[in-house]
Design a binder for this molecule. Structure first.
Ligand SMILES: [Zn+2]
Length: 366
């Protein structure tokens, strides 16, 4: 593996490659970007490059520089490229949620308390700080990588102190798909490296190879995943079937078929969870967005396999009708995000498609 393996992230790879080659590696990086676009891989490659034991790397280290293409084969590189959850390299610390660190045997919550799904302050105090106090020998560097998980306010405050007075020979890498959730004081101490959504063709090509799919199906997964290779690799075929079913129903129902629309709203069961309802709304929204695009003379951007169906609905609704439905769906999503009852919101939204807006369904369903 090399930094050039960061396909589709030319800026990130040239920034990191340049820092390694010149030996001017910043003490803290923030890798910011959506999930599944190569942040974790980049952190792993950086850790390898800083600790590679190949003759070329050892030679460069004497001059204070690093290989920008770690060998991937020396014992150090191999340990780092092992499944990251195994924490196999003594100088590379992957900080994950308390629960994950406990599962890895590196952390034990106090007393009866159960490990949380965030990075808590005790994890920073009892594991991260002591581990970083260890000395790195022979010009190697310690690398502390904080995975893309929630960090509590107290943990951030404690971590900030470490960033302000970093232990020697240490490089921090924070991975985040929501960098704004980090304190501004943490962000300002890190050099930000921005990771972009990957080009559709690249994701499709990788997915096709990795999952042994046909070109068209791979392209569809890439489009549905919105440029995230990680997400495209994980989409379940069952999800695809469900999406087709929903879109077919959504497209078939006429504007006065009240019973049909209520049936679609109840397809998720009597008491759908907010997550289920949001999944349905996501599908409907990307679909209406595509229909609107087709009505305006463009191609579908997500549902690339359903261009013909999008054309048929675009003929019926036009740009204005599509925009109206999009607005209704967005309102329903906001309401559900604000804890409104999901089933009720779906029913209201779908009846609004039939022109029934003002009825006070709220009192009925409470
Ligand atoms: Zn190596």
């Amino acid at each position: 593996m090399s930094l050039s393996a960061l396909l589709g992230q030319p800026r990130a790879s040239s920034l990191l490659g340049g820092a390694l080659a010149s030996g001017r590696v910043h003490h803290a990086y923030l890798f910011a970007g959506p999930p599944g676009v190569g942040k974790t891989l980049a952190a792993k490659l950086l850790a390898q490059a800083l600790n590679c034991e190949s003759p070329a790397a050892v030679d460069l280290a004497k001059r204070g520089a690093f290989l920008d293409e770690p060998c991937g084969a020396c014992p150090s590189c191999r340990r780092i490229s092992d499944d990251v959850k195994r924490h196999a390299h003594p100088l590379v610390l992957w900080v994950d949620t308390e629960a994950a660190m406990q599962a890895a045997g590196l952390y034990q919550p106090e007393g009866e308390r159960s490990a949380s799904r965030a990075v808590g302050v005790r994890l920073i105090r009892e594991l991260v700080i002591p581990r970083l106090a260890l000395k790195a020998m022979g010009g190697r560097r310690k690398v502390c990588i904080v995975r893309d998980v929630e960090m509590t306010e107290a943990a951030q405050n404690s971590f900030l102190k470490t960033l302000e007075e970093p232990p020697p020979d240490t490089t921090f890498v924070l991975l985040s798909s929501m960098p704004d959730a980090l304190k501004a004081t943490i962000r300002s101490r890190c050099l930000r490296v921005t990771f972009q959504p990957l080009p559709l063709e690249l994701v499709a090509e990788r997915v096709q190879k990795a999952r042994g799919l046909g070109a068209e199906e791979a392209r569809l997964l890439a489009a549905l995943a919105g440029g995230s290779l990680g997400a495209a690799l994980e989409i379940d075929p069952k999800t695809l079937a469900k999406r087709r079913e929903w879109i077919a129903a959504f497209s078939r129902l006429a504007g006065d078929d009240y019973a049909g629309w209520l049936g679609l709203a109840s397809a998720l069961g009597d008491r759908p969870t907010a997550a289920d309802a949001t999944e349905l709304l996501d599908t409907c929204e990307t679909w209406m967005h595509d229909v609107m695009r087709v009505a305006a003379g463009a191609e579908p951007s997500v549902n690339v396999d359903l261009a013909r169906e999008a054309g048929a609905l675009a003929d019926r609704l036009g740009v204005e009708g599509s925009l109206f439905r999009l607005g209704v769906l967005e309102r329903a999503r906001h309401a559900i995000d604000g804890n409104a009852q999901p089933r009720l919101q779906l029913e209201r939204a779908f009846l609004a498609f039939c022109g029934i807006e003002a009825l006070s369904l709220a009192s009925e369903a409470a």
